[in-house]
Design a protein around this ligand. Structure first.
Ligand code: SF4
Length: 640
């Protein structure tokens, strides 16, 4: 059956909305396959605006992996801005894909990748615009299977009512496995309907179908247990891990955006996972173990990607890119290879202790020396022990001194406020650190125009981390602590003017905290916020704390709960956590011990360089740390 494009109806609306170009598709390297020659069709969504969603690597990779497979097509859809949403509702235009402008409801699967929980209301908007019932229970065989992925899917419970299933971990192989199950079920004439398809997915042990699990509660509101309600469904659902990144060199043909986006560069993921063990970092914990892409694989991806796109900058992505065992050779090799073409290199995440000036010089050889960003995360040595961010002030001062001495004039330092056990003094020491950085910079450069910007985010405890039991600091306390820091910086006559100070108030962090550690009952809050007009909660201009709090006050008392119960409450060892049945590989007892170590200010080494300390991931997931050095060099390729 042929499915018509909605573009003729959409086109009439575009002159009346902002940035219409973001809805037209046809980007360089986008793909439109013949609808009728494919038997499994995916609509992939990043639940944010085009400018944020298009560069998302996860969606870009899955889009290409699926489209490469015979008989399978994948198209993309993004959140439409409220101006277009209003017009689409008035003119009955459904949520559409940007590739062929087909209605999302016509696809077999609607896959949504959540980097952050603040995209949940955008999921509901897209479902509603697509004509897909918000409640999974109301969907029929005619509706797509709605699947959640991305880091937030490691606790999908707050959206359990709205999704059919969730996949945790690496998506490349997982989407292909799901595709084959759907294909077989369709070829057999859809036996048992939607329920049977979901059951086939669930029994693999790696697709979580919430409706096959009942959550039982204690009288005080805590969970007593989560239990499968269907035989053949596993008690725990495992994450996926891709072991050999060289076998998955995606994206091979990165998409080139039509409209302005947050990143306009070609990105290559140089390794996945991180075992540094920062206790606040969910990304590091859930992506273990470390798996490096080889220097040869990186070189080939950069070469092919640049030829396919014409980008002038290459981003070497990972959770801590300077930690790649061959980063020096990679940076030098790429800087040599692209010197003539003036291709810039960037390392979006860099650790103070893994950074050295040779690396920085290679990275900027073909570009500008604008600014350097480091993330000590905690202001005092004590709090850095608590969070296991093993960076000494000495390391930091030495690194920035070298940077200032080599021509940099700006350093940006990133910190968090509200960390477990934190006091005002830990935060006030941020000012001391910034002062020392500037003083050192003036000394080594002999110049006075040295600047240091301090950027501060509110800490949100996340599932599958040692801080999953920790109380979150209230928005009021966060704001009060940061006020004191601001006063201290402003009161510094000698250095205050050279310190930039950026922080967001603590309110969005509380909503993120509610959604991160929420359970199925939080779904009522999300629905109420959506119905009240909540959209684009990751955007300062759209986010409304008051709306979230009012909706929570309307919905949570029915369960005898409130926002504090989910956010500022400390959990005990015995408590069943909403995500305990989703297996990230991390042993819960190890996480608890690490939480206790944190309270004792005891640090844990990186298992890349020390013996395994049994976090549980490798034996549980049958994986292993995979690092170099390989000793190979980045061979010059024919660039032209
Ligand atoms: S199991 Fe051992 S080697 Fe593997 S990630 Fe955990 S601590 Fe590291």
């Amino acid at each position: 059956m042929s499915v018509e494009s909605v573009f003729p109806q959409l086109e009439a609306l575009l002159p009346h909305v902002q940035k219409p170009i973001q809805y037209v598709g046809g980007e360089l390297n986008s793909t439109v396959k013949d609808w009728n020659s494919c038997d499994v069709r995916w609509a992939l969504m990043y639940p944010d605006a085009y400018e944020v969603g298009l560069p998302n690597q996860g969606v870009m990779i899955l889009y290409e992996v699926l489209n490469e497979r015979e008989g399978v097509l994948a198209e993309r859809t993004y959140s439409v801005w409220p101006d277009l949403e209003e017009l689409m509702r008035q003119h009955n235009v459904p949520q559409f894909t940007v590739d062929s402008h087909r209605p999302v409801s016509a696809f077999d699967v609607f896959g949504v990748s959540f980097s952050t929980e603040l995209g949940y209301t955008n999921l509901l908007t897209a479902l509603d615009l697509a004509g897909i019932p918000l409640d999974a229970a109301d969907r029929t065989e005619d509706h797509p299977v709605v699947v959640a992925g991305g880091h937030a899917a490691f606790n999908p419970e707050p959206i359990a009512d709205f999704i059919d299933c969730a996949v945790i971990g690496d998506g490349e192989q997982a989407v292909l496995d799901m595709t084959e199950i759907i294909r077989a079920w369709k070829a057999e004439g859809r036996p048992g309907g939607r329920d049977e398809l979901l059951f086939r997915l669930a029994r693999t042990g790696s697709v979580y179908v919430p409706k096959f699990y009942d959550v039982e509660y204690l009288a005080d509101g805590r969970i007593s247990r989560v239990v499968p309600n269907r035989s053949g469904v596993p008690w725990r659902v495992s994450k996926h891990t891709v072991m050999d990144l060289d076998e998955w060199p995606y994206p091979k043909q990165p998409l080139v955006p039509l409209a302005e986006t947050v990143h306009e560069r070609m990105s290559v993921e140089i390794f996945r996972g991180c075992t540094r063990g920062c206790r606040f970092c969910q990304a590091g914990m859930i992506t273990r173990p470390v798996r490096e892409r080889s220097i040869t694989g990186i070189g080939e991806m950069v070469d092919k990607g640049l030829k396919a796109t014409g980008f002038e900058e290459v981003g070497l992505l990972s959770l801590s890119s300077a930690d790649h065992t061959e980063i020096g050779d990679i940076a030098k090799g790429l800087a040599d290879r692209y010197e003539e073409d003036k291709i810039g290199l960037s390392l979006p995440s860099t650790r103070v202790d893994a950074f050295n000036i040779d690396l920085a010089n290679e990275l900027t050889r073909n570009g500008r020396r604008s600014g350097l960003t480091f993330a000590p995360e905690g202001g005092s040595e004590r709090i850095r022990k608590v969070i296991n961010k093993m960076v000494s002030e000495e390391d930091l001062i030495r690194t920035v001194a070298t940077a200032y001495g080599n021509g940099w004039r700006q350093v940006k330092l990133y910190f968090m406020c509200g960390l477990p056990t934190e006091t005002d003094d830990d935060v006030l020491q941020i000012a001391d650190m910034a002062t020392k950085v500037i003083a050192k910079g003036r000394e080594v450069s002999g110049k006075n125009d040295i600047r240091c910007t301090v950027s501060i985010g509110g800490f949100v405890p996340k599932p599958h981390t040692p801080f999953q039991w920790a109380p979150q600091l209230s928005a009021e306390e966060t704001d009060a602590r940061l006020e004191k820091l601001r006063d201290k910086i402003r009161g510094d006559k000698k250095y205050g003017r050279s310190i930039g100070f950026r922080y967001h108030d603590g309110k969005p962090g509380i909503v993120e905290g509610l959604l991160s550690r929420g359970d199925r009952r939080v779904g009522a809050v999300i629905r109420a916020v959506y119905e009240d007009g909540g959209r684009f909660d990751g955007w300062r201009e759209h986010f409304s704390y008051d709306r979230w709090m009012q909706c929570a006050e309307r919905t949570l008392p029915a369960f005898g709960l409130d926002v504090d119960w989910y956010t500022t409450r400390e959990r005990t060892y015995e408590e069943v956590l909403p995500w305990d049945h989703l297996d990230s590989g991390l042993d819960k007892d190890w996480l608890w011990e690490d939480w206790q170590d944190s309270l004792d200010e005891t640090e844990v080494e990186d298992c890349r360089w020390t013996p395994c300390f049994d976090c549980g991931v490798c034996p549980q997931m049958q994986t292993e740390i995979q690092i170099g050095p390989t000793g190979r060099k980045l061979l010059p390729l024919s660039v032209k």
